[in-house]
Design a protein around this ligand. Structure first.
Ligand SMILES: [Zn+2]
Length: 364
C-alpha cells in the first residue's frame, strides 16, 4: 500500500480512541504488563503516541550499527484552537540515563521530519491540533530503551508543557513465516525506515514484486498489469492460521505505474486501499495481512483454516497499487486500521531489513 498518505487518517483513528484530560489514561488503558507510554499535560490538551507499542529494529545499513524506531506524537485538544508550538525536546535514555538529546526549536518544530498537522475534524477524543513523526536511528551501543518527549507550546491560557515517555521494546516474533510467494522477487518498498509504509500497522510491511528466472521484471511489452513478471503468481499463507478477513471483489489497476484513485474503495479515497486482501490469525496474537491480490482470485473464506504454504490467491494489483505486487505485514490484531505493526523476518527469501531493491529467491 502507498500508506504515507494514510498517516493523518491513521492518527485521527488512533485519536478517536483516546479520551481527554488524562494524566492516568495510559495506566487505565493497559490491562497487561507491556510497558506503554505515559504522559502528562494541561487540562483540555493531551499528547498521545501512536502506535501503542514502539519496537526498535537493528540495522547495519552503510556499515553503521544502529537501532531505529518511529512513532507519531499527536496533540489532541478539546477545542480546535491550534496552540503556538515553541519547541520539542526528544531525549533518548538507557537505564534511566540520558544518552542523547535533540532539541527542535520553534523555527523547525513544524517541519523537518516533524509533521505539523492542520486542525482535523473533531473525533471522539478531541481535535488533532498537531502531530509529529519521531523517526530516529542512533548507535546501537547507546542501548536506548526509552524516549522522553517534551513539547512546549502556548495557548490562550499561557505556556503549556507536555511530556511523553515512550518505552522502546525489542519484539520476539512468535510465528515462523515463509515468504508469501515462491521464486524470485525484489522488495519494492520496505518499512518506515525505507521510505514507505509509515502508518500504524504497516511500519514493518514489505511490498515485493515477482521476477522472472533471470530476475527480469517484465515478461511482455506493454503497460498492462498483466505484462509484469509476477502477475498471477500464487500467493501463499506465510504460516498456518484461521482466515478472519477475506475480500475478493475489487478491480485490478489496469495500467502499470499508475495507482488510479478511481479504483479505490470509498473508505480510502486518498490511498491505502488494500484491494483484495486476506488476514490470517496465527493464533498467538500475530496476524498476517496480505494485500492487492487479483480480482476474483482469493480462494479462502472467513473462518477457514489454512496451512503454511497453502495458496490463498494470485498476485495482482488491486487497491492502492501502482504495479502488481504483494504487500505483507505482521500485525497484532485483525484490522489493519487499528492494529499495531510487528517486526518480522522470513525463514526464506529476503533477509534482514527488507530494504527496497533487495533481490531474493524464496525457496521452500
Ligand atoms: Zn505496501
Amino acid at each position: 500500500m502507498t500508506t504515507r498518505r494514510n498517516f493523518l487518517a491513521g492518527a485521527a483513528t488512533a485519536a478517536g480512541s483516546i479520551a481527554l484530560g488524562l494524566r492516568t489514561v495510559a495506566a487505565a488503558a493497559v490491562p497487561d504488563a507491556t510497558p506503554r507510554a505515559t504522559t502528562s499535560g494541561a487540562e483540555g490538551l493531551d499528547l498521545s503516541v501512536q502506535p501503542g507499542r514502539v519496537f526498535k529494529r537493528r540495522s547495519d545499513r552503510n556499515a553503521l550499527r544502529t537501532d531505529n524506531w518511529l512513532f507519531n506524537l499527536v496533540l489532541l485538544s478539546a477545542s480546535d484552537d491550534k496552540p503556538m508550538l515553541d519547541s520539542l525536546v526528544v531525549r533518548c535514555l538507557s537505564g534511566g540515563e540520558v544518552r542523547r538529546t535533540t532539541i527542535w526549536p520553534a523555527a523547525v518544530v513544524g517541519s523537518a521530519n516533524l509533521l505539523a498537522a492542520a486542525p482535523m475534524p473533531a473525533k471522539e477524543g478531541g481535535w488533532m491540533v498537531a502531530a509529529f513523526r519521531i523517526a530516529d536511528a542512533v548507535p546501537a551501543d547507546l542501548a536506548v530503551d526509552r524516549v522522553d518527549c517534551e513539547l512546549h507550546c502556548r495557548t490562550a491560557d499561557g505556556a503549556q508543557h507536555f511530556t511523553k515517555s515512550v518505552p522502546l521494546q525489542a519484539y520476539a516474533q512468535k510465528t515462523r513465516l515463509v515468504f508469501p510467494f515462491e521464486g524470485r522477487g525484489m522488495i519494492s518498498q520496505g518499512g518506515a525506515w525505507n521510505d514507505g509504509h509509515r502508518n500504524r500497522s504497516g511500519m514493518f510491511a514489505v511490498d515485493a514484486i515477482g521476477l522472472a528466472d533471470l530476475y527480469a521484471a517484465m515478461h511482455a511489452q506493454g503497460d498492462e498489469s498483466s505484462a509484469a513478471a509476477g502477475w498471477g503468481r500464487p500467493i501463499i499463507a506465510p504460516a498456518a492460521g484461521t482466515i478472519v478477513v477475506a475480500r475478493n471483489d475489487r478491480p485490478d489497476q489496469p495500467v502499470l505505474g499508475v495507482s488510479d484513485p478511481k479504483f479505490f474503495v470509498a473508505e480510502f479515497p486518498n490511498g491505502g486501499d488494500p484491494g483484495n486482501h486476506v488476514v490470517i490469525d496465527h493464533g498467538n496474537g500475530e496476524f498476517s495481512l496480505l494485500c492487492h491480490m487479483q480480482h476474483g482470485s482469493v480462494k479462502v473464506a472467513e473462518g477457514q483454516r489454512v496451512e503454511q504454504g497453502q495458496e490463498i490467491g494470485l498476485l495482482g494489483s488491486s487497491g492502492d497499487s501502482s504495479s502488481p505486487h504483494v504487500h505483507h505485514q505482521l500485525q497484532d490484531g485483525p484490522h489493519w486500521t487499528s492494529a499495531d505493526a510487528l517486526p518480522h523476518e522470513y525463514a526464506n527469501g529476503p533477509k534482514g531489513q527488507h530494504d527496497r531493491g533487495v533481490f531474493f529467491n524464496a525457496v521452500r
